[in-house]
Design a protein around this ligand. Structure first.
Ligand code: APR
Length: 183
């Protein structure tokens, strides 16, 4: 499924983010940036040990922030590491912190002249953010950024499983009914 914002395309895909051949894939990391399970573990496994070696030089990352590294053995040229909110700990700040992950990742992509970026569903695994609450926050943050930045040409959401895909599909339909076309 995809929607168009000006010349940019937002697409929803069901699959494995480590397979994506985009300028950057986004990692749902933790504040140490020293690896973990879930998508973090998958990206480090696919990129190889040099990714961790570079992450060690970054001095961690705050929740809602984003930092860039090379992609090493990944098809993607870069990894943008962001740290999502832990849903129960973040309380009322959870939506703004989650939106910040997408916003700051896109800002890092623009600053590095990247035009295509793939996001996982940040915070909706170990960090416990309910999919149906996270999806509209994530999509709105990306739509708002694309409306005011024409440099980014493609944003993919790579969803790991049917439930996640359907949650984002529904949220995209609600947010962007006229623009989204299913395929
Ligand atoms: N490709 C795409 N999405 C994936 C993949 C993959 N290969 N593997 C997992 N996911 C999905 C999960 O199904 C979930 O929807 O990524 C989403 C985020 O889940 P987590 O990876 O658990 O990330 P998060 O909830 O942000 O928790 C981050 O978990 O792995 C640790 O080090 C990480 O401490 C950090 C925490």
């Amino acid at each position: 499924m995809e929607a168009r914002v000006g010349k940019a395309v937002i697409e929803l895909l069901q699959g494995d983010i480590t397979e994506q051949d985009t300028d950057a894939i986004v990692n749902a990391a933790n504040r140490t940036l020293l690896g973990g399970g879930g998508v973090d573990g998958a990206i480090h496994r696919a990129a190889g040990p040099q990714l961790l070696a570079e992450c060690r030089t970054l001095g961690g990352c705050e929740t809602g922030g984003a930092k860039i590294t090379r992609g090493y053995k990944l098809k993607a040229k870069h990894v943008i590491h962001t740290v999502g909110p832990i849903y129960h700990a973040a309380g009322k700040k959870a939506p703004e912190l989650l939106a910040s992950c997408y916003q700051r990742s896109l800002e890092v992509a623009s600053a590095n002249k990247l035009t295509s970026i793939a996001f996982p569903s940040i915070s909706t695994g170990a960090y416990g953010y309910p999919l149906e609450e996270a999806a509209p926050v994530a999509l709105k943050a990306v739509l708002d950024y694309l409306k005011s930045h024409s440099d980014i040409q493609r944003v993919s959401f790579v969803l790991f499983g049917k439930d996640a895909y359907q949650a984002y599909q529904e949220a995209l339909r609600d947010l962007w009914p006229s623009e989204s076309k299913s395929n």
